[in-house]
Each structure stands twice: as structure tokens, then as C-alpha cells.
Design a protein around this ligand. Structure first.
Ligand code: NAD
Length: 485
């Protein structure tokens, strides 16, 4: 085992869990054992919540300008440890070093946004009647639980930790049991940056802990990022106990490719979007709506896909089960009559025979009823659906239950705007394959890709992590008592 056994982190201390269930943490790159993660119990969660509640009493009273000082230091620590954090993400998640580094860079950008909170939560003040003023203040919500998935071991925890904490909340983080190592390092760096003990607590585990989070009366708000199946469970169950919830789910992102699109730019963007992070991004291109004759672009996409080499510029998928699931999707599409133009099945990387690799895969002549057209595959696979018109493409995109992202590749501004207006997705790209909104804009999809009113990052997250206090003051003794009249 390369790293010591992972423990929970409660009140600034490493704490053993009370149960005796553990899971191996295996590197998808080569199948080597990295560590063991405890599958904690509801009693462990309870200790973490008690610690977070106690810390909330003092942390919520610290002025915001003082709170963000921690994040200025945390940002410099992320920069200082860029290479070791990058390597850890690479090892535990299986993505390439460049992709892992990009994730740390994004974590820094998220932290920079949290540092700007004093400029964003100034509140409003208005004289609403003679001598009478109303003001608003942003008060923290309380204890926030953050439940995260495997595909971004650093970035997704950093979607919530800096903003929630800078806004005066305290946090219980539940990492993915498949990639728990990065969270340990993030907590160490936050402690080094001066975060008081108890403001961040980590409880490792699986379904049992997630369900306990939904039910725990000491937790005020829950953020969840993961599959739609679990997002629905978490949204319903945590709302049932009157918590504020935002639950981000899976995705099936559609790309419209029009005949006038710039061919090389489109081909490189489509390929990068579908194969980046081995297709394990909720913003990955998954279904391409080829409008009219775009054969020349399809050919270029195949050329680009063949340049993506597993183990070199394409990482591993998370597990053996994930590899099998993705390959089964491809086989099923082939059986149903689709044409596999580039085939990533049965990929083995020399020297890493125990790793979990799937090569880039391009499937053409997919029809809307096939599962590769409808379902989230979460692998480096693009399904091409041939349509005659933009309207036909929009009908397919709109009918899909997800709604995370959509993109359009064209030189026509009018058509780009039309597709952007009519796609049923929360995030749209024009000539961009992975349209992640960067700070201060907010991240969040529509439909089955997100449950809850607010987005999880950017300005929208401020409303999720705070509640507004409205104070009305009469300064002038002469002002009418019934000043509303
Ligand atoms: P997952 O839903 O399996 O797991 C997410 C979290 O839920 C983990 O912490 C896990 O321990 C827990 N969990 C798993 N099964 C559970 C159950 N039955 N009950 C309660 N808790 C459970 O997701 P994953 O496989 O880790 O991540 C991949 C998924 O996340 C994909 O669907 C992807 O699209 C989605 N995702 C979405 C976004 C977004 O912004 N919308 C971002 C990243 C990932």
C-alpha cells in the first residue's frame, strides 16, 4: 500500500472510524493498491456534525474580510503544491497529468472567487421612508454537507469548500470512496492556511453516510454532485428533513455540427470534449447532431480521435466495471446497426496491463432510440446522429431528460443564437466543446442534470450558502411612527 490508511478528519484531528468496513483505493492507471478508505457509520457523521456546529458558533461571527484571509493563503499553498497535488489526482483518478494539473488550476480559480466575497456581499442600504432605512446582510446558513463524485477529486470539493466557508458556514465533506486521497491533502493545506479546527470535517464512506447526511438534523444544507439516480434520492430525502439542497446529476451533452462550421476547429473541439478526462466529465460531448452533409468533419474527427493514445494523452477510466460498462454500450450499438468508425474496445497499455483503459471511440449512424443516443456513457465515446435540419436536431436534444450542456459549431451567428435559445440545457457553448462557465459565472445544468434552485458555484452559489437578513431602522425621532403610511 503506497499511502497510509485514510482516516476521517474531525475537529482538526485525524480520527479513526467506528465501524470496521474498509475499501481498497486502487489506481486506475495500473491497478496498484494506493490506500484503504474507511466506510464510516452514522456515529462518525454525528461526531463530525457536532464539531462543525461548535465551530459555526465562532466562525460565523468572524468578519468576511478576515475569513477570506485563509483563502488567500490557501491559494498560494495550492500554487506551491501544484505538482504533488497534480500527481495525486493523476494517480487516484487515472486522468493524465495535464488534465490533473488543469484541475488544480481550476481549484485555484475557484479559490480566487471566494477571496472576492467581501466585494460581493456588501448588501444593500436604502432610505425607504424619511429617516427610515432598510439594509440587507448575508448570513451563513449553518452546517453544509458536501457530497462529491469520483471524476474531479480536487475541483469538485473546491466548488463548495471555499465559497461555503468564506461565507461563514462550516462544512462536512463526504469524498468519493474511489478517490479519497486528494481531500486529505486539501484539508491539510486549509489547516496550514489557518482554517480553525472544526470548520472543515471529512467523513469517508458510501451510501450509508450519504443517507445519514440527508437525515441528520444538525445539517442545514446539502450540496451533492454525482449521478442523476443518486441526485434524485439525495434531493428528495434531504428536502424531506427541510434542508436546503442543490443536487447536480449526470448528463448527455449534445453538439450540433453544421455544414459551415470551421472543420479543423470543430474536429479538434469535438474530439477533445468527448475524450478529455477519458470522457468522464459531466460536460463531455456525448451525442453529435450532424446537420446535413458534414462528412468532411466526421472524417477529421476520426483522424483526430486516432491521435489520442491511451496511456499517453488519454487517461484511464475509473474502474474495471466502468471499462466493461462502456465497452458494452459500444457492442450494443454495433449490434443495433450503428457503424463503429474508431473502436476503443479491448485497449491494453503496454506496461500497465492491469489499468482500465478504453480508447477513443466514434460511432456513426446512431439512431435516437439506441441506448448510446439516450444514456450517459461516461467514457471516451461520441455517438453521431445524422439529421437533416436544425429543428430535427433540437427535437432530439429537447427530448433527452438531461440538460447539462449543449454546443453548436457554425459560422452563422443567427443559427448559433437560435440553437442556444432553443436547446434545453443550462450551459451552452458556441464553437466551444466544453462550455464550463468560469467565475464569476455559475455552474449548473437544467432538467435531470440539476435539482434545486441555485447553481453550485459563482454568484448564484452565494444565495445558496447564505440567507438574507433584512433590518429596518428608524434614525429620526420625528419620523412618523406609522412610517409606512
Ligand atoms: P455517484 O452518484 O455514483 O456517486 C456520487 C456520490 O454519491 C459519492 O460520494 C458516492 O459515495 C455516493 N453514492 C453512490 N451511490 C449512492 C447511493 N445509492 N446512495 C447514496 N449515496 C450514494 O457518481 P460518481 O460515479 O461518483 O460520479 C459520476 C457521475 O457524476 C456522473 O453521472 C457524472 O455526470 C456526475 N457528475 C455531475 C456533475 C455535474 O456538475 N452535473 C459533475 C461531476 C460529475
Amino acid at each position: 500500500m503506497k499511502y497510509p490508511e485514510i482516516t476521517n478528519y474531525i475537529g482538526g484531528e485525524k480520527v479513526s472510524n467506528s465501524g470496521n468496513r474498509f475499501l481498497d483505493v486502487v489506481s486506475p492507471l495500473d491497478g496498484n493498491l494506493l490506500s484503504r478508505v474507511p466506510l464510516s457509520t452514522a456515529a462518525d457523521l454525528d461526531s463530525a456534525v457536532k464539531s462543525a456546529r461548535k465551530a459555526f458558533e465562532t466562525w460565523s461571527k468572524v468578519p468576511v474580510k478576515e475569513r477570506v484571509q485563509v483563502f488567500f493563503k490557501y491559494k498560494t499553498l495550492l500554487e506551491k503544491h501544484m505538482e504533488d497535488l497534480t500527481f495525486l489526482v493523476h494517480e487516484e483518478n487515472g486522468k493524465t497529468l495535464d488534465e490533473a494539473r488543469a484541475e488544480i488550476e481550476k481549484s485555484i480559480e475557484l479559490t480566487e472567487f471566494a477571496c472576492s466575497m467581501p466585494q460581493l456581499i456588501g448588501g444593500e442600504l436604502l432610505e425607504v421612508s424619511r429617516g427610515v432605512e432598510c439594509r440587507t446582510d448575508f448570513a451563513p446558513v449553518g452546517v453544509v454537507a458536501s457530497i462529491v463524485p469520483f471524476n474531479f477529486p480536487s475541483m469538485v470539493p473546491n466548488w463548495t469548500l471555499p465559497n461555503a466557508i468564506a461565507l461563514g458556514n462550516t462544512v462536512v465533506l463526504k469524498p468519493s470512496e474511489m478517490v479519497p486521497l486528494s481531500s486529505v491533502r486539501l484539508a491539510e493545506l486549509l489547516k496550514e492556511a489557518g482554517l480553525p479546527d472544526g470548520v472543515l470535517n471529512i467523513v469517508n464512506g458510501d451510501r450509508e453516510i450519504v443517507e445519514a447526511i440527508c437525515d441528520h438534523p444538525g445539517i442545514d444544507a446539502v450540496t451533492f454532485v454525482g449521478s442523476t439516480k443518486v441526485a434524485k434520492i439525495v434531493y428528495a430525502r434531504a428536502s424531506q428533513s427541510y434542508k436546503r439542497v442543490v443536487a447536480l446529476g449526470g448528463a448527455k451533452n449534445h453538439l450540433f455540427v453544421l455544414p459551415d462550421a470551421n472543420p479543423l476547429m470543430t474536429a479538434t473541439n469535438v474530439t477533445a470534449s468527448m475524450s478529455g478526462c477519458a470522457g468522464q466529465r459531466c460536460m463531455a460531448a456525448s451525442a453529435m447532431l450532424a446537420v446535413g452533409n458534414v462528412d468532411h468533419i466526421v472524417n477529421m474527427i476520426c483522424d483526430e480521435a486516432r491521435k489520442v493514445v491511451p496511456g499517453k494523452n488519454l487517461g484511464a477510466v475509473i474502474s474495471k466495471q466502468a471499462k466493461e460498462r462502456i465497452e458494452n454500450y459500444i457492442t450494443e450499438a454495433e449490434k443495433q446497426g450503428a457503424k463503429i468508425l474508431v473502436d476503443g474496445r479491448n485497449t491494453v497499455v503496454a506496461g500497465k496491463e492491469n489499468g482500465f483503459y478504453v480508447g477513443p471511440t466514434v460511432i456513426d449512424f446512431v439512431t435516437p432510440e439506441m441506448s448510446v443516443a439516450k444514456e450517459e456513457i461516461f467514457g471516451p465515446v461520441i455517438s453521431i446522429l445524422r439529421v437533416n435540419t436544425v429543428e430535427e436536431g433540437l427535437k432530439i436534444e429537447n427530448a433527452n431528460p438531461y440538460g447539462n450542456a449543449a454546443s453548436v459549431f457554425t459560422q452563422s451567428g443567427a443559427l448559433a443564437r437560435y440553437i442556444s435559445d432553443n436547446a434545453s440545457a443550462g450551459m451552452v457553448g458556441v464553437n466551444i466543446g466544453v462550455p464550463v462557465p468560469r467565475e464569476p459565472f455559475s455552474f449548473g445544468g437544467w432538467n435531470d442534470s440539476k435539482f434545486g434552485a441555485n447553481d453550485i458555484t459563482g454568484k448564484s452559489s452565494i444565495h445558496f450558502f447564505t440567507k438574507l437578513k433584512k433590518t429596518t431602522v428608524k434614525w429620526n425621532a420625528e419620523a412618523k411612527t406609522n412610517w409606512m403610511s
